[in-house]
Design a protein around this ligand. Sequence first.
Ligand SMILES: C[S@@+](CC[C@H](N)C(=O)[O-])C[C@H]1O[C@@H](n2cnc3c(N)ncnc32)[C@H](O)[C@@H]1O
Length: 284
Amino acid sequence: MIKGKPFVKWAGGKRQIIDKLKQYVPDEFNTYYEPFVGGGALLFELSPKNAVINDYNKELMNVYWCIKDAKKFESMCKELNHYETMHSEEYYYEIRNLDRDKKKFNKIADYKRAARTIYLNKACFNGLYRVNSKNEFNVPFGKKNKVNTYEGQNLGIICGFLNYNNIKMLSVDFEEAVKEAKKGDFIYFDPPYDSDTTTFNSYTEGGFDKEEQKRLAKVFKDLDKRGCYVMLSNHNTTLVNELYKDYNIHIIEAKRNINANGKKRGKVEEVIITNFENKRGFEQ
Ligand SMILES: C[S@@+](CC[C@H](N)C(=O)[O-])C[C@H]1O[C@@H](n2cnc3c(N)ncnc32)[C@H](O)[C@@H]1O
C-alpha cells in the first residue's frame, strides 16, 4: 500500500520518531482515533480503514476537508501554483494578513483558505503555526526565495485514503472528539507538549496549560475504563510522570526542531504512555 505523508510541517510532528511510535501500536484494534491530528504522521503511517481524526485548529482541518473533495482539491492546487509564482516577502505578508479583517476572511472560499494555510506553513519562519489572542497568524516570513508548497502525488494519495476509507474529520475539543470511542478502539493522543520550564504551545488561540494536561489525563483514564487501547506522547516532565504513574511509561529520545534559537534545538526526552502492552512492546 502506498502511504501518504504529512502535507505540512507541524510543531511536534512525529515523522522522526514514527518507527519507535509504531512499535507501541496495539496488534489489532477497531476504530482509530487521533484527537490532536496535526500533520497526521501516525495516521498516514497506519492508514486505517476506520478512523476519527480531529484538531481544534479549524484552518488545518479545512485543508483535510478540501483535499477530500475532488473539486476543491483541484482549485486548491491551482491556487497554490499561483502562490508559488507570486511568492515574495511582500506577498507573504499580504496573504498572512488576510485574517486581520475577520468579516472578509470568513467570506473567503474554503479552498482558498486551505491554500493559504499550506502556503503560510511552507513560507513562514520554520514551519511554525502560531496565532495571537485574536486568532491572527503572526509568524514572520521564512526568508526563502522559492517555495514548493505541495507534492501532487502525495496529496493524491491522501485524497484517495480519505475517500476510500471511513474517515470522520472533526474540529472540536479533544474530549468531545473521543466521546463515542468504544471497547477495542485505539486512541492516540499527541497533545501540545508539557514543559518543566516553558515551551512552545500556542497552536490555537487558547494555548494548552497544566490544567489542560490534567483534563486530558482524566479523559485517558476514562477511556482506559471503557476498554479502549490508549497511547499518548509527551515530554518526560514531572507532571506527566505523576499523571500517568499507573500506566506504562516508555522513555524515548527525540529531536526537537521547532525552536527559534538554533542552538537550543537538540535531543529531548519524550515519553510514550500506553495502558496496554503489545507483542512488539515486550520485545523491546
Ligand atoms: C503536537 S500537535 C500534534 C502533532 C501531530 N501528531 C503530528 O504528527 O504532526 C498538537 C495539536 O493539538 C491541537 N490542539 C490544541 N488544543 C486542542 C484541543 N483542546 N483539542 C483538540 N486539539 C487541540 C493543536 O492545534 C495541534 O495541532
